[in-house]
Design a binder for this molecule. Structure first.
Ligand code: ADE
Length: 248
């Protein structure tokens, strides 16, 4: 996968992209990235990228020309046609399903907004507008880093153990079950007996039950979206969490 990032602050990306899993994924050739500063595409002497809004009002707005010129340049260099994402609090919410969808793309281009906003015509460059949550960041850089992290770890081979991405919270629409490691008792807190039993089928059933319970307690909204089996509905009922249905 190739990831292009259009940003006014390429230096912000250095830490996250050159640490841990993302660093290893790049070294293994699973993905590559290129940071492009669209200030380099500003035509005037001062390399201006923003201007005051038509109609008045506070703050500055990103000008269309440098962003369009930078996107044209990337499209000319790209191998395929990159899937273009604009970061904005007005976009569709980012989630694990979207991360999976984007992880299957050959080339991605993130356009990071900044300042008070951008000229509306910049929106026409994007295939998708995405928000990472209902809060306002100073720019799209952190949102892009969050998305790159969530996407790259899903590329086959990025995580050491293939199972671990499949077992993630949200991968089946459920939160993760509790995990333990040694020692079996720590400060009086014991690991659940079942996990020490070596009985794989019972452990799997226990984990499923824990994941269901945790999701019911913390994120009932997620449960409502799931296709639960009759057995799982019964299980939730017994735990005191009647499973909601989409019709309700
Ligand atoms: N830019 C500013 N806030 C943002 C958010 N919540 N998500 C994506 N991009 C943003």
């Amino acid at each position: 996968m190739k990831i292009w990032v259009l940003t006014l602050f390429p230096e912000m990306f250095q830490g996250p992209l050159s640490t841990s899993i993302l660093k290893r994924a790049k070294e293994k050739g699973l993905f590559d990235y290129q940071l492009v500063n669209f200030r380099d595409f500003a035509k005037d002497r001062h390399r201006t990228v923003d201007d005051t809004p038509y109609g008045g009002g506070a703050g500055m707005v990103l000008k269309p020309e440098p962003v369009f010129a930078a996107v044209d340049s990337i499209m000319a260099q790209a191998n395929s046609c990159p899937y273009r994402i604009l970061t904005t609090p007005q976009g569709e919410p980012f989630n694990q399903r979207l991360a999976k969808e984007l992880a299957a793309k050959e080339e991605l281009l993130f356009i990071c907004g900044h300042y008070e906003g951008y000229d509306e015509r910049i929106r026409s460059l994007a295939d998708r507008e995405i928000s990472i949550g209902d809060y306002v960041l100073t720019g799209g850089e952190l949102a892009t880093m969050v998305m790159i992290d969530a996407i790259v770890r899903l590329i086959p081979g990025a995580l050491g153990d293939e199972q671990s991405a499949q077992n993630d919270s949200f991968s089946e629409g459920l939160l993760d079950y509790p995990q333990y490691t040694k020692p079996a008792v720590f400060r009086g807190l014991a690991v659940p007996e079942i996990l020490l039993s070596g009985h794989h089928a019972r452990i799997a059933a226990w984990r499923r039950r824990q994941a269901l319970q945790r999701t019911a307690e913390r994120r009932p909204d997620l449960l409502a979206k799931l296709d639960l089996t009759a057995e799982e509905r019964e299980m939730l009922q017994q735990m005191g969490y009647p499973a909601p249905t989409c019709e309700e």
